[in-house]
Design a protein around this ligand. Structure first.
Ligand code: 2HG
Ligand code: ZN
Length: 451
């Protein structure tokens, strides 16, 4: 019997194999990365996940774990012949005990947040893709988002997890004791491992008290230098939940895409500062900028109306073409200079490229999205040009002491850059860890490392 047939015999597991049905699982959200053909297995229980893993191990077939498929570095795009192991049917949410809840890997972040909100709590992870992104994907990629400065990345939210190993064995660390100093932290090792070590099936997620009514202040600084200069004052304000930024040109693009004229000037750099409650910040901020460069969003509708100029940038970029996406971090003291160097390096590769810059100001995180300019022959770059553009940006990032991925991870898209960032010795150690967890190398091959 072929592998699809074997998988079809597993109880509590759906299997998709025709091209139309698997299409949404083999291409990434941006359309840049296409994989497959592949078989998709959708188990509904942990036992079924284990059976799929054991069957694939026996057949020697690669497995690509997948949550909401919202990643931006091709980490869940399958190589030809692989099995996509979709965890989306593991969508049960347990009870809150000791301030945490165990959720199936396929629970979306939006579902987890509404579960938490109904109890006066928050999961503390806010992604624009939260309607589709899943708890398991967030754990596997150590997802970040808008509220890292208040709640930390996924790693800080995760108290425990359960996972299926590459041979089908189950590792259960859903509820480690609150204080536990016994040996290696296996939970922490799986967080951010991008599906290369084991398949996460359940995550025990820490919940915090939900903030009260939120207020967003949008500050249209005349330049990125002015915006960065204001960071220490803004960071010191009580109740700060998020500190985000968008280049003025990026805001103008979103405004045009939405057909919603920007309420403030787009000549410089917008900063979005969100507060728990009505900020005493208003007074401090008034000293930073004139009134016509400040907007206040209090109440859910006003907030969403202002936040959309940041939160919907990815969507506006995708509507204009297939972007080259880089997700870099630079030290704040070098933020403006690094950006100038990045934009200069891109222009030196090709004058017909439009950079769209935005991200998470608190962490010095810049989402560099590059689009073909108006006179480019197509709405996607030839792959050879895309690689030269990536090299130009990431070379500058390393020269400025930054990171080639602050948030989205390495996936398949940034493999050559892992060693340049972390050094050959650290990558060799990572490979040895990979070999210990996944000796036959069938879990997400091509992610983090070649082949
Ligand atoms: C965000 O911060 C996401 O909005 C997406 O990380 C970034 O599209 C991107 O490059
Ligand atoms: Zn981001």
């Amino acid at each position: 019997m072929d592998l699809a047939g074997t998988l079809r015999e597993i109880a509590d597991c759906s299997v998709l194999s025709d091209d139309g049905a698997v299409a949404g699982y083999v291409t990434d959200w941006t359309g840049r990365w296409r994989g497959g053909p592949a078989i998709v297995a959708r188990p509904r229980t942990v036992a079924a996940v284990a059976a799929v893993m054991a069957a694939c191990a026996r057949a020697g077939v690669a497995v690509v774990p997948q949550g909401g498929n919202t990643g931006l570095v091709a980490g869940s795009v399958p190589p030809a012949g692989a099995v996509v192991l979709s965890l989306s049917s593991l969508d049960a949410i347990g009870e809150v005990t000791d301030g945490a809840v165990t959720a199936g890997a396929g629970v979306t972040l939006a579902a987890l947040e509404s579960f938490a909100a109904a109890r006066g709590l928050t999961c503390g992870l806010s992604l624009a893709s939260g309607e589709s992104a899943t708890v398991g994907g967030a754990a596997a990629t150590n997802a970040g988002g808008a509220e890292v400065l208040r709640y930390g990345s996924a790693r800080a939210r995760i108290a425990g997890l359960r996972a299926v190993l590459s041979d089908g064995a189950v590792l259960d660390r859903r509820r480690p004791p609150a204080k536990d100093n016994t040996g290696y932290d296996l939970v922490d090792q799986l967080v951010g491992s991008e599906g290369t070590l084991a398949v996460i099936t359940d995550v025990t997620w820490r919940l915090d008290a939900a903030p009260g009514e939120r207020t967003v202040l949008v500050l249209a600084f005349p330049s990125v230098v002015d915006a960065v200069a204001a960071v220490p004052a803004l960071r010191g304000l009580p109740g700060l939940l998020a500190l985000e930024w968008s280049d003025g040109a990026a805001v103008a693009r979103v405004a045009a895409h939405l057909g919603a004229p920007a309420p403030l000037p787009t000549d410089g750099c917008w900063v979005f500062a969100e507060f728990d409650g009505a900020p005493e910040a208003a007074g401090v901020v008034a000293g930073l900028l004139p009134d016509n460069r400040i907007a206040v969003g209090a109440g859910p509708e006003d907030r969403i109306r202002l936040w959309r100029y940041r939160a919907r940038t990815t969507e506006a970029v995708n509507a204009a073409g297939v972007p080259v996406k880089l997700d870099v971090g630079v030290p704040l003291e070098d933020f403006a200079a690094a950006q100038e160097a990045i934009v200069g390096a891109v222009a030196a590769v090709s004058p017909d490229v439009e950079p769209v810059l935005f991200g998470h100001l608190a962490e010095g995180n810049v989402h560099v999205n590059l689009l073909p300019g108006p006179t480019a022959p197509a709405r996607r770059f030839p792959e050879e040009l895309a690689e030269r553009l990536e090299a130009a940006v990431l070379g500058q990032v390393l020269a400025h002491g930054g990171t080639v991925s602050a948030e989205h991870g390495i996936g398949r898209a940034k493999v050559p850059w892992l060693a340049r960032q972390r050094g050959a010795d650290q990558v060799a150690l990572m490979r040895r860890l990979k070999g210990a967890w996944d000796p036959s190398g069938l879990l997400n091959p091509g992610v983090l490392f070649d082949g």
